[in-house]
Ligand binder design. Sequence first.
Ligand code: ADP
Ligand code: MG
Length: 351
Amino acid sequence: AASVEFRGVTKIYGKSKVPAVNDISLLIETGKLVTLLGPSGCGKTTTLRMIAGLEFATQGKILIGDRDVTRLPATERDVSMVFQSYALFPHMTVRENVEYGLKFSGFTRKETTDKARAGLELVGLVDYGDRLPSQLSGGQQQRVAVARALVLEPQVLLFDEPLSNLDAKLRRHVREEIREIQQKLGLTVVYVTHDQEEALAVSDRIVVMNNAIIAQEGTPRELYDQPANAFVADFIGEANIFDCEVESVDNGRAKVRLGPLRLDLPAGSHKTGPAKIAARPRRILVRDAQSAGTMPGRLLKVTYVGSHLEFMIDTELGPVFAVSPEVDTPFAAGQAVGVALPERGPVLISA
Ligand code: ADP
Ligand code: MG
């Protein structure tokens, strides 16, 4: 396995005026599963195809390990890719499909057979070698596609929305299988999805993309707990976003005015002036009206959703969405309440 590095990479297709990928720099470390996450059209597939050599960068450098592969053709990159459509050969058996890529790699007949068998074993399909793809379920077909890519022992394994054609339950199962194999073999995997839950579940690190740039990169926990901007706060999980004013910054702490509340928050790189705050619904507390340190509000709606309660509260900052792990509440819709944002809940994000 090898690392992948982007240095100031831009991709502009043909005569297009807007870049599909705009000046991205990124290091994907060896043996990690890194997900490119973002809405449709943000540049995920383009980024992946540039690693594979299926598209060339318009500007910048791409390295695999310490090799500069920027101008290297796909066949010389030692990378394999698994697509959303499994792209199996329908007239070949499962075994023949897995052996296919190996035929051109200079292995003996025996080596090819052994490697294909080991690959099918890894994805739990060793007993299905003689079947045709059409005789397998969608999940099994995708596992064959994974085996076919794995047996080539690539330096980097790429997945482009590999689970999109599977139903929800199977998606969960196959994604866990991919993660297990990746960890067991120490593979470098770059995984593309637009599904934030999938990204949080499988990744060592997530690269959130929006409009051809990287909105933020970090561990799932960092992105969830410390989103850098409104896009990330909204795209990963749910968030309340409020306008606020940073009144002063001292020793890494910021004194922040949020409506009637005064908060003391980690300043990060924020300076005095207008900013925004992101607060997860679970980090917002509904209290009795006029409790100390709360902002006045009126409860618009209480919804029981089985595992927890959801509150919608009208405040001077606008509607506030809060979630309580309790399933019982003394509060009812229409009632005046106090809204609290306890420490370690809200985070400053860029305005
Ligand atoms: P994603 O995978 O995140 O949905 P893509 O990388 O496929 O995004 O696309 C990024 C942008 O580049 C989009 O605006 C898309 O329309 C454009 N694009 C993708 N492929 C091509 C192509 N072959 N020719 C021209 N434009 C393209
Ligand atoms: Mg895509």
